[in-house]
Design a protein around this ligand. Structure first.
Ligand code: HEM
Length: 391
């Protein structure tokens, strides 16, 4: 069959996301493993089983020098995402108690209050405006506020976080200097925060816990603390904002789905899983091949860069019936949106809960809505909607 898209330049950032689902179909039909010349060259792996297997085999697939391709505004390895065994386990272990289901359940009352408040603000905005950008008013502030609370960052500081994230994540392919400048600001912010916590002894939240933590019987160095702080910013905010925004994007175009979820809100968790599967906020993450190997018949040599395309695995026709259909009633929906293996997302309990709670309050507060103008499904850019007058 003809390549609808030239996979020799396969990309998973920015404008490339407009047509990425077509790329995935081509991969699944004819080229499950292939080479792209982007970002210094990498092999992509698209089949769900191949990705799961790679996730289980860190001896062959290292995360160093970085899982992030291209880098996220800094060349320092980010803890724990860019750390390979044996050091990885000790660094990850320090974060585990803060992300257990029980720890996240404790945040739930505050998560409801904040979602209700932001949905109320969107409702008020509709009293004065026909069109409201619910990305700016709802999808972005919600996870940023919840995360700031959890991490121990002053909540008043959160509006500047989103600008750094835009520059680091979304400008890095177009303007690496801008991403680096934002990265430097973010590092300076975390440095100040650590110094304040040390001086005042009032450390709290994740950063407070890390300040008192030990790895291999010693306290963390300042560089390690900064690396944790940097990674958590980038892992915890934009991903969840993207998940909320893309779910609202889908619902804006599907009034029956809105009606069903308003009437039967206990279906929202299944719908959320389907949005995560089909519109995954993290479409792909990089690895480095450590020893010559073969994947789906393709030889890959030690030292070559590889990208695990979670978004493609999530649309693998060998795993999912009608993989490209967004079926909000789909059950037993095991997917790769949170990765897998030793680096599986630590914030999955939190991200899931934020997505479900935010959708519950949005749908309970805002009557039937639709897109006011075309908007891409991806990213955290504006999402302007208007009310239809229906329920
Ligand atoms: C819907 C929201 C989210 C999605 C889709 C997501 C997705 C991911 C993915 C794909 C990975 C890489 C996994 C791998 O390569 O196997 C990851 C790692 C990680 N995520 Fe998330 N994430 C989300 C929310 C969060 C939140 C809210 C936090 C924390 C506040 C967080 C913290 C982390 C950390 C610390 C890692 C690195 C784990 C390690 O290397 O051991 N994530 N996430």
């Amino acid at each position: 069959m003809s390549d609808r898209h030239d996979l020799a330049e396969f990309d998973f950032h920015g404008k490339a996301l407009d047509t990425i689902f077509d790329d995935y179909e081509t991969m699944h039909e004819s080229k499950p493993v292939g080479h792209s010349s982007k970002y210094g060259g990498f092999w992509y792996i698209s089949k769900s089983d191949d990705i799961f297997n790679a996730e289980q085999d860190p001896d062959t697939w290292a995360v160093g020098p970085s899982m992030l391709l291209p880098s996220f505004g800094t060349s320092m390895p980010l803890i724990p995402i860019d750390i390979d065994p044996p050091a990885h386990a000790g660094f990850r272990k320090l974060l585990l108690p803060m992300f257990t289901p029980m720890a996240i359940n404790k945040l739930e009352p505050g998560m409801h209050t904040t979602a209700e408040q932001l949905a109320g603000e969107v409702q008020t905005a509709f009293q004065q405006n026909d069109v409201v950008d619910v990305s700016a008013a709802f999808a972005r502030p919600y996870p940023t506020i919840i995360f700031s609370r959890l991490a121990g960052y002053p909540e008043a500081d959160w509006p500047m976080f989103d600008q750094w994230i835009d520059d680091i994540i979304y400008e890095r392919t177009k303007s690496p200097e801008k991403a680096e400048a934002a990265g430097d600001d973010l590092i300076a912010y975390v440095q100040r925060l650590i110094a304040d916590m040390r001086n005042g002894g009032s450390g709290h939240g994740i950063m407070g816990e890390l300040l008192d933590a030990q790895v291999d019987g010693r306290p963390l160095t300042d560089d390690e603390l900064i690396s944790y702080g940097y990674l958590l910013f980038l892992a915890g905010l934009d991903t969840t904002a993207w998940a909320i925004r893309s779910s609202l994007w889908y619902l804006a175009g599907n009034k029956e789905a809105q009606q069903l979820l308003r009437k039967e809100s206990d279906r929202i968790p299944d719908a959320a899983e389907e949005f995560l599967r089909t519109l995954s906020p993290v479409q792909a993450m990089a690895r480095t091949c450590k020893q010559d190997t073969t994947v789906s018949g393709q030889e890959i040599k030690a030292g070559e860069r590889v990208v695990l395309v979670f978004g493609a695995g999530n649309r693998d026709p060998e795993v999912y019936e009608k993989p490209n259909d967004i079926d909000i009633t789909r059950e037993n929906n095991r997917h790769l949106a949170f990765g897998g293996g030793i680096h599986r997302c630590l914030g999955s309990n939190l991200g899931r809960k934020e997505l479900v709670i935010s959708l519950e309050h949005f749908l309970a507060t805002i009557p039937e809505f639709e897109l006011a103008e075309d908007a891409p499904w991806h990213g955290v850019g504006s999402l302007r909607i208007r009310l239809t007058g229906g329920n």
